[in-house]
Design a binder for this molecule. Structure first.
Ligand SMILES: Cc1cc2nc3c(=O)[nH]c(=O)nc-3n(C[C@H](O)[C@H](O)[C@H](O)COP(=O)(O)OP(=O)(O)OC[C@H]3O[C@@H](n4cnc5c(N)ncnc54)[C@H](O)[C@@H]3O)c2cc1C
Ligand code: FES
Length: 512
């Protein structure tokens, strides 16, 4: 590739751009000394900030400016234009900021500013003497990082049953499984990061019990660990399929990095795979295995993939996209048994399979909470601040069921971004901030060349409105219930997705 091609696009801001070219509420993509820079005019001020999201390098110029922030079009991270701070997950690292000067009708971008200091703020004085986090996934990791970002000086210990450092779980069924994401993309942080931030990461360490009276966590090896405050972030585990042959070694589940590695090893030597379940994970696995050239069959009881979450119209499109890529569906049926080389369906049909992947949903890991006497009802019940029924014990991520201000119902959601944002809010609240968890849920899924983005939460709906064309794969699908907009799905309309998020946020704010 020539140097020309690798140079960032747009004007050189060091040479200046006419002030008239940057209207209020707009941004321009350009460069300074070979680095891509976003020049923004927001809230009456000018800002220059790195143009690539620190999550997956999303193009921020294609995102949305809102107040003094910019939101990423790909997975809705949000950055402060003033400091570059990653205000909302999934981005965890700040953006670089540059000094902006305006002179004689021209805007110039000058030198880089010092990064926003970390710890950026002073911890609330009411912080507990120590904090233990059970779970080294999305919520646990985000919470530990936020405690340090907030300047918490006490000890932070993260106990994780997993042997691997916190990693990018959504990638395990996508590029990593397809073989297009290198190993080094997967961990969220280096070992040095945890050492530098004095986060004690205890891997391969399973908590076996919690005693709220003595404020102790009992580990599986019998040892005890005292806590000043505790965060439960134990996530969810795959629902197991209890049918004949269900324990054979070629029957796989996918939750952990080790699971994904085992699948890759199986796929390397195989020709045919059967996926049980047309959920997000099952379908992402199907797409990734097709990318590896395997023959893939998907078996599921529903009439259309993902119909119960996204409706029949989107379900039909998802099916069509998979079929275009060679996936074969067996819908309206379930497996009756497995043997070493076949799956026998309830219908009697038999499918050849070198290995099987079961993705039929997950169950929240609530055993610790139940044993500790915390109120559990289809998840760990938390208040709007993510505190459980026992003061001093908080919960976040896939296990937490919290009051949703939009519907007035208690909801539990299994999304990466929700888990990280809950971890961040729980961390601040453990330090004495009283911050409601009011973030609008967001998830994305990537299957073949189809990316779906979904904001809000519609457990049920009575009207679906489609703007644009599903066939053209360019549309906005809105889910309504009782005249109320609850959720919006977009295909190839990232700005609409961000606009919907902002609209739902306004609706939540109006409820308060
Ligand atoms: C393959 C896959 C793909 C996904 N793709 C997407 C996606 O594209 N978009 C999206 O929004 N969401 C996606 N998700 C869902 C998302 O990953 C989860 O919602 C998110 O990880 C939940 O975070 P969590 O912290 O609650 O739980 P987890 O990330 O599961 O972390 C739980 C942690 O708790 C530990 N743990 C459990 N019990 C104990 C114990 N007793 N003692 C110590 N440690 C314990 C586990 O080892 C783990 O480290 C995907 C999930 C999977 C499995
Ligand atoms: S690339 Fe920006 S949020 Fe993922």
């Amino acid at each position: 590739m020539s140097e020309e091609n690798t140079k960032p696009a747009g004007p050189d801001f060091a040479e200046g751009v006419p002030t008239a070219e940057l209207a209020a509420g707009t941004m321009i993509l350009g460069q300074v000394a070979g680095e891509a820079v976003l020049l923004a005019h927001a809230g009456g001020a000018l800002f220059a900030i790195g143009a690539e999201c620190t999550h997956y390098h999303g193009p921020l110029a294609e995102g949305v400016l809102f107040a003094d922030t910019v939101r990423c079009p790909w997975h809705h991270a949000c950055f402060s234009l003033r400091t570059g701070e990653a205000l909302r997950a999934p981005a965890l690292n700040p953006l670089t900021c540059w000094r902006v000067e305006q002179r004689d009708g021209t805007i110039y971008v000058r030198e880089k500013l010092e990064p926003a200091g970390q710890p950026a703020r002073t911890a609330a004085p009411a912080g507990p003497e120590s904090i233990v986090i059970i779970g080294g996934g999305a919520a646990g990791n985000a919470a530990a990082e936020m405690l340090r970002r907030e300047g918490y000086p006490g000890s932070v210990t993260m106990l994780s049953a997993d042997d691997a450092r916190p990693y990018d779980r959504p990638n395990l069924s996508k590029d990593y499984l397809a073989g297009t994401a290198p190993e080094e993309w997967i961990p969220l942080r280096s070992p040095e990061f945890y050492a530098q931030h004095a986060i004690e990461l205890k891997l391969g360490t399973r908590a076996a019990g919690v005693d709220p009276k003595t404020c102790e966590v009992r580990l599986a090896d019998g040892s005890r660990h005292h806590y000043g405050a505790l965060l439960l972030a134990t996530g969810a585990g795959p629902v197991r399929l209890d049918i004949p042959g269900g324990n054979l070694p070629h029957i796989h589940y996918l939750r952990t990095l080790a699971d994904s590695k085992a699948l890759i090893a199986a796929a390397t030597a195989a020709r045919r795979a059967v996926v049980i379940g047309a959920s997000f994970i099952g379908l992402e696995v199907a797409a990734s295995l097709r990318a590896r050239g395997l023959e893939v069959h998907v078996v599921a009881p529903e009439a259309r993939p993902m119909e119960n979450v996204l409706g029949r119209e989107v379900g039909d499109l998802v099916r069509q996209v998979h079929e275009e890529h060679g996936v074969v569906f067996h819908l309206g049926t379930t497996p009756a048994s497995f043997d070493r080389s076949r799956v026998t369906l309830q219908s009697g049909e038999q499918l050849e399979a070198d290995f099987v992947v079961v993705g039929i949903g997950v169950r929240p890991e609530t055993a610790l909470a139940e044993q500790a006497g915390i109120a559990v009802d289809r998840g760990v019940g938390v208040d709007p601040y993510l505190e459980t029924s026992i003061p001093g014990i908080w919960a976040a991520g896939d296990i937490a069921r919290w009051p949703d201000r939009l519907t007035g119902e208690k909801i539990r959601i299994e999304h990466w971004v929700v888990a990280e944002r809950q971890g961040q809010v729980a961390a601040r609240n453990m330090l004495g901030t009283r911050e409601r968890f009011d973030a609008v849920p967001f998830f994305w899924t990537q299957q073949h060349d189809l990316q779906l983005c979904y904001v809000g939460h519609a457990a049920k709906w009575d009207r679906v409105e489609i703007d644009g064309s599903l066939a053209a794969r360019d549309c906005t699908v809105t889910y309504w219930h009782s005249g109320r907009k609850l959720a919006v799905l977009t295909i190839a309309r990232d700005r609409d997705s961000l606009a919907a998020e902002i609209e739902l946020e306004r609706m939540i704010a109006a409820e308060s």
